[in-house]
Design a protein around this ligand. Structure first.
Ligand SMILES: Cc1cc2nc3c(=O)[nH]c(=O)nc-3n(C[C@H](O)[C@H](O)[C@H](O)COP(=O)(O)O)c2cc1C
Length: 190
C-alpha cells in the first residue's frame, strides 16, 4: 500500500493550509493510500544550527519526523506564503530531516519520493509564489514534484465555519492532486 505523509507549512490552530491538506489527503485515501497527517508544530523542533547538532546530536522529534518521511512513498504539502516564500516552521523541519545519522543514506527522507504541492492564502494570488520556491526546494532535495499543483486565493472564503470546503471545483482539484500522487507512487513502485 502506498504511504503518504501530509502536512501544512503552517502550525496555526485555524490554518487554512491544514484544511487544504485534509482535502487532498482524502483524495489520496480514496485512491487507496494510507495517509498520515502531521502537524509540524507538534514536533516542537528547536531552530536548527550546526552547533546545536554538534552538541546534542539529532533532535529526537526531528528524527521521528524524518523517519515518517523515510517510511513513506510521498508527501502532500500545503504551504502558506510568508513574504513570497515558505514559513520558517516548514523550512526548519525540512532542514532537520535532511540531516543523517549513522546507518542512513544521504537525504534518505527525500530521494526517490514524490510530492504534491499546494498553497492557500487569503490574498489574491493564493500563494502562487511560494509554490515556485517549494518546488525548487523539494526537487533539489531529490523529491519529484508533480506537475499538477494548486494555489487557492481568497482561501478563507472557500471553507465554511466547520472547516468543510465549500467550493466543489477546488475540492476536486485538491483531491485530484492526492489521487495523482498515489497513482504516480504506484507506477514508480512497480
Ligand atoms: C510573516 C507573514 C508573511 C506573509 N506574507 C504573505 C505573502 O507574501 N503572500 C500572501 O499571500 N500572504 C502572506 N501572509 C498572509 C498569510 O497568507 C496568511 O496569514 C495565511 O492565513 C497563512 O496560512 P494559514 O492560514 O495556513 O496559517 C503572510 C503572513 C505572515 C504571518
Amino acid at each position: 500500500m502506498v504511504k503518504i505523509v501530509a502536512f501544512s507549512g503552517s502550525g496555526r490552530r485555524d490554518s487554512v493550509n491544514k484544511k487544504v491538506v485534509a482535502v487532498a489527503a482524502k483524495g489520496a485515501e480514496e485512491a487507496g493510500a494510507q495517509v498520515t497527517i502531521v502537524n509540524l508544530e507538534d514536533f516542537n523542533l528547536p531552530i536548527f544550527t550546526e552547533d546545536l547538532e554538534a552538541e546534542k546530536g539529532m533532535d529526537p522529534n526531528a528524527q521521528k519526523f524524518k523517519e515518517l518521511l523515510m517510511d513513506s512513498d510521498g508527501f502532500l504539502i500545503s504551504s502558506p506564503e510568508y513574504n513570497s516564500s515558505y514559513s520558517a516552521l516548514f523550512k526548519n523541519a525540512i532542514d532537520w530531516a535532511s540531516r543523517k545519522i549513522e546507518g542512513e543514506t544521504p537525504l534518505q527522507a527525500y530521494r526517490g519520493k514524490v510530492a504534491g504541492i499546494m498553497a492557500a492564502s487569503p490574498g489574491s494570488i493564493g500563494g502562487m509564489r511560494v509554490l515556485v520556491t517549494l518546488r525548487m526546494l523539494m526537487e533539489n532535495l531529490g523529491t519529484m514534484v508533480l506537475p499538477d499543483q494548486k494555489a487557492i486565493s481568497d482561501a478563507f472564503s472557500k471553507f465554511d465555519e466547520n472547516g468543510k470546503i465549500s467550493d466543489e471545483k477546488i475540492e476536486k482539484a485538491l483531491k485530484n492532486i492526492g489521487k495523482t500522487l498515489v497513482e504516480t507512487c504506484h507506477k514508480l513502485n512497480s
